[in-house]
Design a protein around this ligand. Structure first.
Ligand SMILES: *[C@@H]1O[C@H](CO)[C@@H](O)[C@H](O)[C@H]1NC(C)=O
Ligand SMILES: *[C@@H]1O[C@H](CO)[C@@H](O)[C@H](O)[C@H]1NC(C)=O
Ligand SMILES: *[C@@H]1O[C@H](CO)[C@@H](O)[C@H](O)[C@H]1NC(C)=O
Length: 458
């Protein structure tokens, strides 16, 4: 996703400054370097200006493909981004889209979200939708005793392709859904939590959660004055971090108090991270809140780049109760077809290209079709989500979808935008009479209820 990349660039400059601050001897050198940098900047600006004019004149849509969201950020970043994204564009003629009327530029604005006036008016409906009911259980342990083929225990388990196929059925069954341990006595497969934190998490019925692993971001506290007393009392706000991040946050003054809180966030330290890839580890709290919070009926996920700007109960009312849906996620601000998303991921070198191809070819072989915006019966408004904000009821179907999506990320790449559409469509075709009631809302709504920041450099 773009903001992550952008954050890296912004963050690296900030950090460099901070690192050198104690180094008084270097100040003069730095100052002259800064002037050098300014001159460089001037030329960069000029170059960018010329580029923009060229682009405006020739309408090179491709140049701006990855830059849309950057219009709103400081010019320095934009310039760099434009330069890098120009380099990033490998021109593959057969995959280029036909030029559209206008290149998508301009800022992305929030739009009106008609929330209720007050949380006090809200009453949880007994039934707010016709959701499929079945009993879903999770593989807790894999101990296929086999001396010839011992398996290394892993967090996601070793789901076979047959088991994977079966898992898409909305039926009473036991499926893989992370937290898989090896045989008795084998070491933990990871995502270890403190006992007290677990006890706290077991009590939560409504959860707002987020994570920072590998010091990849700052701690953004929910805007307290916009959160009702009711929610402060009844909603758990849990921020999962690793030890490294905890140390870094503490250095910056965000030290948890004796109860483990920084503001509204309860800081929960995760040890023994299950994946080397921090992004993959981040998908555990993102998708598996029904496993982490077994008593929760609702959960809201927000990426660490977002600050929650709205009362969580109002969001549950607006996105779930009012729409009679059990899962709400926003669509991507420009891309709706997975084919475009794959191109973009490769263009910006978001992930090992071979791994992306493997995943995408698998999906195509299994019947993934292109998004057709003109189809009046299209199953979703978009096949590409902006997954930084998810609101869900912990119903069986919603939990099933979360597990299935997690399993895709576990099996393939951590780029979850690539697997969302496929997983949803496969679930739908596997269970024609048992729908997941999904509300895919507009990205501008996401912008209205949260505030977007840049990630920082790890
Ligand atoms: C859903 O099914 C489970 C068993 O599969 C049952 O215990 C529960 O009462 C059912 N809930 C509703 C609302 O029907
Ligand atoms: C699931 O099990 C419950 C009993 O626990 C039963 O009432 C229900 O019919 C089963 N559902 C399916 C889809 O088999
Ligand atoms: C990229 O992915 C492929 C297939 O998953 C793997 O064989 C290869 O080692 C990976 N390359 C790198 C540099 O990680």
């Amino acid at each position: 996703m773009l903001p992550e990349r952008r954050g890296v660039i912004v963050g690296s400059d900030v950090n460099k400054g901070a690192d050198h601050n104690s180094d008084h001897g270097l100040r003069a050198v730095r100052r002259s370097r800064r002037f050098g940098r300014r001159r460089l900047l001037f030329w960069l600006f000029s170059f960018a200006a010329i580029c923009s004019i060229c682009i405006a004149v020739f309408g090179f849509k491709l140049f701006f493909h990855g830059v849309e969201e950057h219009q709103s950020i400081p010019t320095l970043t934009s310039v760099k981004e434009i330069l890098t994204s120009v380099e990033d564009v490998p021109v593959e003629p057969e995959t280029m889209d036909p030029p559209k009327k206008k290149p998508p530029r301009g800022r992305f604005y929030p739009c009106k979200v008609e929330l209720r006036d007050s949380v006090n008016e809200l009453v949880e409906p007994k039934v707010f939708g016709k959701f499929v009911n079945f009993s879903l259980n999770y593989v807790a342990r894999e101990d296929r005793p086999s001396l010839e083929h011992p398996i290394t225990p892993r967090f996601g388990g070793h789901q076979t392709l047959e088991e994977r196929e079966q898992s898409f059925h909305a039926a009473n069954q036991t499926i893989h859904c992370g937290f898989v341990e090896g045989s008795e006595g084998s070491p933990s497969t990871g995502f270890d939590l403190d006992k007290e934190d677990k006890m706290y998490m077991n009590t939560c019925t409504v959860v707002v959660s987020s994570c920072i692993f590998g010091s990849s971001d700052f701690l953004r506290r929910p805007t307290s004055k916009l959160i009702s007393q009711y929610s402060k009392k009844n909603v758990c706000f849990v921020m999962f971090v690793d030890k490294e991040t905890l140390v870094k946050l503490s250095k910056e003054g965000s030290t948890p108090d004796e109860r483990g809180f920084v503001g509204l966030w309860r800081i929960v330290v995760v040890s023994n991270l299950p994946y080397d890839d921090m992004r993959k580890t981040g998908k555990v709290p993102k998708f598996l809140s029904h496993r982490l919070f077994p008593s929760a009926r609702y959960s809201i996920w927000l990426d660490s780049k977002l600050r929650l700007h709205t009362d969580p109960m109002m969001l549950i009312e607006y996105f779930l109760w009012r729409r009679r849906s059990e899962y709400a996620i926003s669509n991507h601000y420009t891309r709706h077809c997975v084919w475009d998303e794959v191109q973009q991921n490769k263009r910006l070198n978001k992930y090992n290209h071979t791994a992306i191809d493997e995943q995408f070819l698998f999906y195509q072989a299994d019947g993934l079709v292109k998004f057709d915006p003109s189809d009046p019966k299209k199953p979703l408004p978009s096949y590409v989500p902006e997954g930084s904000f998810i609101i869900r009821a912990h119903t069986p179907m919603s939990n099933l979808f979360s597990c299935l999506w997690f399993n895709e990320v576990d099996r393939f790449t951590s780029r979850d935008q690539l697997s969302f559409g496929y997983t949803f469509l496969k679930l739908k075709t596997t269970n024609p009479d048992k729908p997941l009631v999904l509300h895919m809302f507009k990205d501008c709504e996401r912008r209205a209820i949260t505030k977007l920041f840049h990630h920082r450099n790890p």
